[in-house]
Design a protein around this ligand. Structure first.
Ligand code: PLP
Length: 452
């Protein structure tokens, strides 16, 4: 029997009794600062299927927020972790040496874009990888300022938060942040911040940086780097138009501004390339990564051009970064992505999902835009009527109904459904999940039109 016939399997309307009991305990002791998309209480997971505490089994269409790229508890990852856990759990890569972090650094230098020599700094998370990139950029260039994007998400520690700009709640009452970060509009063509359209716009969004930022008030010789997501993630799964990054690179080269590419969400094969920036043939100076790198174990890294990583001993380090167990898991992840052909699968399944969503767009007014690369897909919802009014309630309804029927899918930005299953997803499971999502979209579309 195909997996798509077996899953999803909803045995009790979620949240079931065991889930409800845990929600109550959670609400008594856990920080209320977390955003929970819906009351899903996960008990276990395998491959692309997650099981809640009441026995419901869902198709995972968000991969634990773009972390479980090789699927949950992949046997090779589990084995690598088990073997390493019995051998060496920790000995501070910061202060001594062991082989696991060197092996991983060698592999990361191989799979990142560019044939030049590189060096790797290890940390524990996405936000820490951004912190490292910021500090390295300042150290190397001796410049203080940065460019970043409106709509960006780079993490929540105070340094990276100074670059994050996708929702006011992320920054409210946390000011003052790190000074000297200048935000410019991201090339979000569906809602162009300049009200222009491709291709007539002539990439005004790049010229704007030159003519209205660098020529008016930000001396380019003081800008260390521009920090960007190759596809905005939390901001709404927004890929830039083809040609954008090539234009941006010219601008950066002109002023010797470093390109810091935050691949925390888009990297490790998610878009059908090892790193999303490869879609546009631009080689960044620094790449930030975390999330999927170690299949759920905390690990982050930056990979930088060798000549950039010239900071002195003692200038930056962290106790747990490059933990040997996490490194072994990451080595397994890289092998699995290669040996199971997951880049190709991400591209194939992603193209198929986007095709199905575009077909549905013909029928449903509430689908405004379908976009993405590989398995990093955004479906932006609008209100009926063709005015691109954000479909905030509509996307939420689609998400909640899909979840109750067995597809764990979430949103990004204001009104975008983000589709990001593990890269191991089969056509069978894609079909089973899409059938449910499509049904929910049709229902919500009908109701929205009836409301007028
Ligand atoms: N950068 C990007 C692009 C992200 O999507 C995220 C998290 O979603 C981060 C940085 C922060 O990563 P972490 O939550 O591991 O600190």
């Amino acid at each position: 029997m195909g997996e798509g016939k077996k899953y999803p399997r909803i045995v009790v309307r979620p949240p079931g009794p065991k889930a409800r009991a845990l929600l109550e305990r959670d609400s008594a002791v856990v920080s209320p600062s977390y955003v929970r998309f819906y009351p899903l209480v996960v008990e276990s997971a395998k491959g692309c299927i997650i099981r809640d505490v009441d026995g419901n089994e869902y198709i995972d269409f968000n991969a634990g927020i773009a972390v479980m790229n090789v699927g949950h508890c992949h046997p090779k990852v589990v084995e690598a972790i088990r073997a390493q856990a019995g051998k060496l759990l920790h000995y501070s890569h910061t202060d001594f040496y062991y082989e696991e972090s060197v092996l991983l650094a060698e592999r990361l230098c191989e799979i990142t874009p560019g044939k030049h020599k590189k060096r790797v700094f290890f940390c524990n998370s996405g936000t820490e990888s951004v912190e490292a990139a910021i500090k390295l950029s300042r150290w190397h260039t001796r410049r203080q300022l940065f460019l970043a994007y409106i709509g960006a998400f780079h993490g929540r520690t105070l340094g990276s938060l100074s670059f994050t700009a996708s929702k006011p709640v992320q920054r409210r009452y946390f000011h003052p942040l790190v000074p000297g970060v200048i935000h410019v509009p991201y090339p979000y063509c569906f809602r162009c911040p300049f009200g222009l359209e491709r291709p007539d716009c002539g990439f005004w969004c790049v010229d704007f940086i030159e003519e209205w930022v660098l020529e008016k008030y930000v001396p380019p010789e003081e800008v260390a780097a521009i920090v960007f997501e190759p596809i905005q993630g939390e901001g709404g799964y927004v890929p830039p138009p083809d040609g954008y990054f090539q234009r941006l690179k010219k601008l950066c080269d002109k002023h010797s501004i470093l390109m810091v590419d935050d691949e925390v969400q888009a990297g490790m094969g998610r878009t059908g390339r090892w790193f999303a920036i490869e879609h546009w043939g631009v080689v960044p100076d620094v790449i930030c990564m975390a999330k999927a790198i170690a299949s759920g174990l905390p690990l982050g890294a930056i990979v930088a051009r060798e000549e950039l990583m010239d900071w002195e001993p003692g200038s930056h380090a962290t106790t747990f970064g490059g933990n040997p167990v996490a490194c072994r898991a990451a080595l397994a992840v890289i092998d699995i992505i290669e040996s199971e052909g997951l880049l190709r699968n991400a591209e194939e399944q992603g193209n198929y999902i986007m095709k199905r969503m575009r077909e549905l767009q013909e029928e449903c007014e509430i689908i405004g835009d379908v976009r993405g690369k590989g398995l990093m897909i955004g479906v932006e919802f609008v209100k009926p009527g063709g005015r691109k009014e954000p479909g905030v309630e509509e996307v939420k309804e689609v998400m909640m109904r899909s979840w109750r029927r067995g597809v764990a899918v979430i949103t990004a930005g204001k009104c975008t459904l983000r589709i990001a299953p593990p890269l191991t997803i089969t056509r069978d499971l894609v079909d089973a999940a899409l059938e449910i999502i499509e049904d929910c979209i049709r229902e919500v579309d009908k109701e929205a039109r009836a409301k007028g």
